[in-house]
Design a binder for this molecule. Sequence first.
Ligand code: AMP
Ligand code: MG
Length: 404
Amino acid sequence: MLSLDEAIKITMSGVAPLGCEQISVEAALHRVLASNITAERDQPPWDNAQMDGYAVLSGDIKTASPNAPVGLRVVGRVMAGDAATVPITTRQAVRIMTGAPIPLGADSVVKVEDTDGGDDIVQIRRASPPGAYVRQRGEDVQSGSVVLHSGEHLTPARIGMLAATGHASVSVYRRPRVAILATGNELVEPGLPIGNHQIRNSNSYTLAAQVCECGGVPVRLGIAVDTHQDLREKIARGLSSDMLLIAGGVSAGEADLVLTVWKELGVELKFWKVAMRPGHPLAFGTFNGRPLFGLPGNPVSSMVTFEQVVRPLLFALSGFTGRSRPLVEAIVSAPIYKPRGFCHFVRAAVSFVNGAYHATVTGNQGSGILSSMVLANGLIVLPEACEHVNAGDRVQVQLLTTLP
Ligand code: AMP
Ligand code: MG
């Protein structure tokens, strides 16, 4: 049977980002940069004051102390935004505000709190070495240097860097449009009346949320009943999207018609069934080079296969270079048994206590048990060859959220 690694290799082969668009910096949060960003000039552009106080020559005030202050003549005043300032020579000072350019000749700033605040003559009560409270030109960013890289995700700090380096708009990768189709006669959308024999469609909503988390644009196509006609119609509608996710109908039951319909529509099936649990019946195909997934219908299987296989592909289509969830080593609190031959993903609550990660299984691991997924902030990864782990063993855990 196909291993998970092989399956991922197949889905990722030859994949390139979809394309770029130019957008305003205000709209760029969480988008992915499509080009390197270069600084237009040094930041700060000139030496400037880090504190409100007086710009001085450090050599003049070497002996200054509260008991023996040194008097300097105040020859000017400079605010942030002032273009020019008076140069100073020995035994002179300039009153200076935070962010204002350091006057020519000065090499140090004395905080106003270490002076008497004088207007014509200022008494300096503390020595100040060369460079004190002076922010050097270019200490943050040097002109012409690359400050952000293509493929990086635009966090608030990176948005700030775009603005600081003079960019009002930015080239980002296009967000993949991901069509999502639920399948099953038993499904009813939340909010609609429901019969005793029916269940809610949750997968469409989970998957849409997962797509959003990865920076994609979900397009819900609703529910197809388990007939050739309805499936064909609704799957065909999703084929023009950048990616199509179909949940359910890919196992071996009589109502599992998705792969038959793929064949009828000319979808090229690349694989069906992967050695993983939950998620074994996962199917993958392409249509005109666009990827389609047949995700297992069980709510946890659908989520976990998305995490392991769909997510990396979605990131590759988005141009995002940071792909995987953080993987940490954690100590398990109780034994776990599993058969050989499948890679298992075990829902776990992970905490960091006394310098180590600890993982506790969140309960029933049935692939339909969404409540144990709700409680999980991590997935313990047990490789194919592993048969069991003992309490106290160290295991690899994918962190799904940042820890509380
Ligand atoms: P299937 O893969 O279609 O055989 O579905 C497997 C299990 O998942 C069945 O118990 C389905 O009722 C359930 N299921 C399938 N699709 C959904 C969905 N969209 N939301 C919630 N449960 C689903
Ligand atoms: Mg079904």
